[in-house]
Design a binder for this molecule. Structure first.
Ligand code: TPP
Length: 605
């Protein structure tokens, strides 16, 4: 499209005649965007000019992967849509790891990318890439905006698609000349997408079927997935659990959906979940799945998963239902609507349905809880244990912070040893497992929730993938706390090599010393601390908590050989859960919860 009129520089641009770039920001403001994470470049450059006059605050990242993870962390912490922006070609492709992570975890993100000018498209122009083609498989939807008139409506649609139904990332690619073109601006009209009509209201007949199955079951488990967080349905989950007395497991993506301290909460199932949650799923006769994916990290060997259980599976995405395990009662709908309806129907059928007594089942489950907690041994003079560090962070922050993680052993210890109390406080890359997620996600979370304390529990490997965002946070005064669980190894890989490759350690050792994390933190304008023994852990955590004008990085030099247990080996049945050496070594020094919330008992073994 040709510009409709030329204006001399400095002259006011009226609302009726704007550039595509200006229209982009008017549209972003109209959908309520407050923050964008991004990096400029040639093709997106026109958009960086109206940004100066916009109410939207841009956070200049150091890597587009960081921008994408930051948008994800922003969205996970706040429930709003996270936004990232990049230039064409390498800028856009650097977003892909982040978008793939958001896609796997169903996180609402909108990515805006510049494209080479329309006449250059398809000619291998400098920094051209077919980003809508590349991003297609890892996004919920992509748009290529070929006319400036379409910008406002496309942005409105992109935000609608990202945040409704099963949330997910949406990419909007805009050629440079479309951003530059002047045209008569028209705000977006109502979003009307006939081909996109997510079913949010569950079918009543299926709800009744579910209520009947629940009333007939003897060993039911509520299998709570990330869908409950997205639907804001924590209260309804707790209500259903309490009115029925059914125990609850919360997947990695649903941690915090029910307080871990609740007597009906069994915590996390899965490859590194606790014995009780894993075994309760395995022995149950009814799984009431609300918004989970039945993913392989939870089910273990699928054919051996919960062999006696009937399945109720509720999800907003019909494609998820019966994908991995056939559902006896499939329910398509929003998790909140499903829970509300289920509660109503169970109540209304009180006189008609049998009233099962699950107390024997609860006793069994509670027996496991008592007998098989997470265990580790921290001695006074022995190496610092990662679990101890995580437990102390949880205790000193009273479980009230927002906790982010990278991917690996530290992530699993974080999910095991932090007693989560509320939703949106455990932020990680669950489905994709993208190393490098933690630091930028923590940045995004803190920008979204500035009044919350934000901790990133990171691995030394993960940290090195995106630690350049320390510079972003130092400049922008985003005071997150980063605890590096520095075990000098790619620990999770090392663990697999120890267990499954006869201790043949191939390319997993990083060493403790390079880089010097304290100096690195300082070089990036942050505070760096080092802790090498258990006696100094609390002091460092408290010191970090007292800093509010810049990030703090703590290099916790932890036991290099610590393993993460329990463990269900990949491809094994959940029946073959390995409890780990602590269960062969008695007496055990510490059990989960021994010293939570300021309890300062002796820590020696
Ligand atoms: C981008 C990416 N590359 C590789 C992997 C494979 N991987 C999973 S965990 C892990 C080790 C992580 O090491 P570290 O960050 O030090 O954490 P630790 O397991 O030691 O706690 C690796 C390499 C991955 N998940 N993501």
């Amino acid at each position: 499209m040709r510009p409709t009129a030329e204006k001399t520089q400095g002259e006011d641009i009226t609302m009726s005649e704007v550039t595509g770039a200006k229209a982009l920001f008017l549209a972003l403001e109209a959908v309520g965007v407050e923050h964008i994470f991004g990096i400029p470049g040639g093709a997106i450059l026109p958009a960086y000019d109206p940004l100066i006059d916009s109410t939207v605050k841009h956070i200049l990242c150091r890597h587009e992967q960081g921008a994408a993870h930051a948008a994800d962390g922003y969205a996970q912490a706040s429930g709003k849509v996270g936004v990232c922006m990049a230039t064409s070609g390498p800028g856009a492709t650097n977003l892909i790891t982040g978008l793939a992570s958001s896609f796997m975890d169903s996180i609402p993100v909108v990515a805006i990318t510049g494209q080479v000018p329309r006449p250059a498209m398809g000619y291998d122009a400098f920094q051209e890439s077919d980003i809508t083609g590349i991003a297609g498989p890892v996004t919920k939807h992509t748009f290529l905006v070929m006319e400036p008139d379409d910008i406002a409506q496309t942005i409105a649609e992109a935000f609608h698609i990202a945040s409704t139904g099963r949330p997910g990332p949406v990419l909007v690619d805009i050629p440079k000349d479309v951003l530059q073109a002047k045209f008569t601006y028209k705000p977006a009209g109502p979003v009307d997408l006939p081909g996109y009509q997510p079913t949010t209201k569950p079918n009543q007949r299926q709800i009744v079927e579910a209520a009947k199955l629940i009333s007939q079951s003897e060993r039911p488990i509520l299998y709570a997935g990330g869908g409950i967080i997205k639907a804001g349905a924590s209260a309804e989950l707790v209500q259903l659990a309490e009115m029925t007395g059914i125990p609850v497991v919360t997947t990695l993506m649903a941690r915090g959906v029910m307080p871990d301290t609740h007597e009906l909460c069994l915590g996390m199932p899965g490859m590194h979940g606790n014995y009780t949650a894993v075994t309760a799923l395995q022995r149950s006769d009814l799984l009431i799945g609300i918004g989970p994916r039945f993913d392989d990290r939870v089910t273990g060997k699928l054919s051996a998963f919960a062999p006696d259980a009937k399945i109720i599976h509720a999800d907003i995405d019909p494609a998820e239902i019966s994908k991995n395990r056939k559902a006896d009662v499939p329910i398509v709908g929003d998790a909140k609507a499903v829970l509300v309806e289920l509660i109503k129907v169970i109540e209304s059928r009180r006189g008609k349905d049998p009233q099962p007594d699950y107390s024997a089942w609860r006793d069994t489950v509670n027996g496991w809880k008592k007998a098989y907690p997470y265990k580790y041994t921290q001695t006074e003079d022995g190496p610092l244990k990662p679990q101890y560090v995580v437990e102390r962070i949880a205790a000193l922050t009273e479980g009230k912070a927002i906790y982010c993680a990278g991917v690996g052993q530290h992530q699993m210890w974080g999910s095991q040893f932090i007693p989560f109390q509320r939703p949106r406080t455990w932020i990680n890359s669950g489905g994709s497992g993208a190393m490098g997620f933690g630091v930028p996600a923590a940045m995004g979370a803190k920008v979204a929730m500035p009044d919350d304390e934000v901790w990133c529990i990171d691995g030394d490997g993960c940290f090195q993938m995106t630690c350049q965002e320390l510079a972003t946070m130092a400049v922008e005064k985003i005071p997150v706390k980063i605890a590096i669980i520095n075990n000098a190894y790619l620990g999770m890989v090392r663990q697999w090599q120890e267990l499954f490759y006869d201790e043949r350690y191939s390319e997993v050792e990083f060493g403790w010393d390079i880089p010097d994390y304290v100096k690195l933190a300082e070089a990036y304008g942050c505070i760096g601390l080092r802790v090498e023994n258990m006696q100094d852990v609390d002091t460092a955590i408290e010191k970090a908590r007292g800093v509010n004008d810049r990030p703090v990085v703590i290099d916790f030099r932890c036991d290099k050989g610590e393993m993460c247990y329990p463990m269900v080996a990949a491809g094994s049945s959940n029946d073959d859960i390995i409890l780990g050496p602590e269960y062969e070594r008695e007496p055990v020094a510490h059990e989960q919860g021994d010293h939570l919330y300021g309890d300062d008992e002796e820590h020696g073994a």
